[in-house]
Design a protein around this ligand. Sequence first.
Ligand SMILES: Cc1cc2nc3c(=O)[nH]c(=O)nc-3n(C[C@H](O)[C@H](O)[C@H](O)COP(=O)(O)OP(=O)(O)OC[C@H]3O[C@@H](n4cnc5c(N)ncnc54)[C@H](O)[C@@H]3O)c2cc1C
Length: 399
Amino acid sequence: MRVAILGAGIMGSCLALQLSRRGVSVTLIDKEAAPAACASRWNEGKIHLGYLYGADPSLATARHMLPGSLLFSDLLQEVIDADPRRRATTSDDIFVVHRKSVTTPDALEALFCRIDELVSAHPDAGRYLADASTARHRRLGRDEVSAISGSDDIVAGFAVPERSIDTQWVADRLVDAVSATGGIELRLNTRVLGAEPVDLPGGAWRVRTDRGDEAFDLVVNTLWEGRLAVDATAGLPMPADWSHRYRLCLFVRTATHLDVPSTLICVGGFGDVKNYGGRDFYMSWYPVGLVATGREVAPPPRPVELGPDEEVRFVEGVRANLTRLLPATEQIFSAASETRIKGGYVFAQEAGDLNDPHATIHRRDRFGVERNGNYLSVDTGKYSTAPFMARRVAQIIAG
Ligand SMILES: Cc1cc2nc3c(=O)[nH]c(=O)nc-3n(C[C@H](O)[C@H](O)[C@H](O)COP(=O)(O)OP(=O)(O)OC[C@H]3O[C@@H](n4cnc5c(N)ncnc54)[C@H](O)[C@@H]3O)c2cc1C
């Protein structure tokens, strides 16, 4: 069986590695010059247990993400042959609640109690990045909140048992693994334009690219922001709703080791800082970093690279907003030895403004696999759920 995987992000790469472990030959196609060069390299790497979705009281998001997030580390290790736990954050995330949060601290606390139950009762809780079988959130005292932020805009705080992973390290391991694994043919610098059945339903599929056409026994679309446009050519129905957003963030390396805690301002379109090992940091201020949005089948065009002056303005925009609410982040800006402005598309089968409590974007429970004969299309959902989805699709294809 010849299988084409369209898209070599974390989803396509994990799937290629899972299939090759099952003896299936794969052609992995991507428009970039290397695998894992887009959203899967440049994101925050939070492995979601559901706490961030504090404006989804149904808990549907937490329930949908939990099985994949708990197994993220084990399933990733299976394919990259290195232990992701060594590159994970080592303490609980701090969530501070903004005065303009779309949900109140008390409502959040009630929800966090229910998520604690959900997580700790799950049979795989012990397999999370850090054992979550006795995991509990903790509401911070007034003095603790004041020590994190002196701002009147911050009205409460929680320590939440979530961890994140250094996504650049994972991307490097995925590049090594797909390059070194026999049975995976890498087809890079190749843009996918469409996919159509060769003749009969249930038979082979032809993949159209800017470098020519080729038929495969089975095709899996993991193109993330490019997925719907190719699904449309393959005759798959479009989802009920969706949105594309392009987000830019800062990836900073510091000259010295810093103990700035990983802290997120919630719930809405605010910002956060993530500390990976004391010298590598992710920082974002959502309104500054949200540079393109769209609700068409094709994503809005990727923004052009910023010029030197725009880069300075961007960094200053993040810095001014973040340091006002989280003064400790000033240490990161002051000690920065390398600052990169990077980001990627976020696709969701939900939409709206994060500052609108009624926007569907506060839920993320609709991702999964669609199928038309030997053409499968995978909405990864989140980075957190990619290795789990990859194993599921590999099982569908090869048992
Ligand atoms: C700023 C930011 C922060 C985020 N934070 C988190 C987080 O903390 N936790 C979390 O779980 N998720 C997070 N996400 C979401 C996460 O990054 C994505 O869910 C995940 O990376 C998707 O993986 P993927 O492999 O499906 O997509 P990608 O990594 O984007 O891979 C898709 C691949 O398809 C290729 N491609 C697209 N169209 C075409 C085409 N037409 N032809 C050929 N190739 C094409 C691209 O080049 C790309 O390599 C964040 C995203 C962003 C942008």
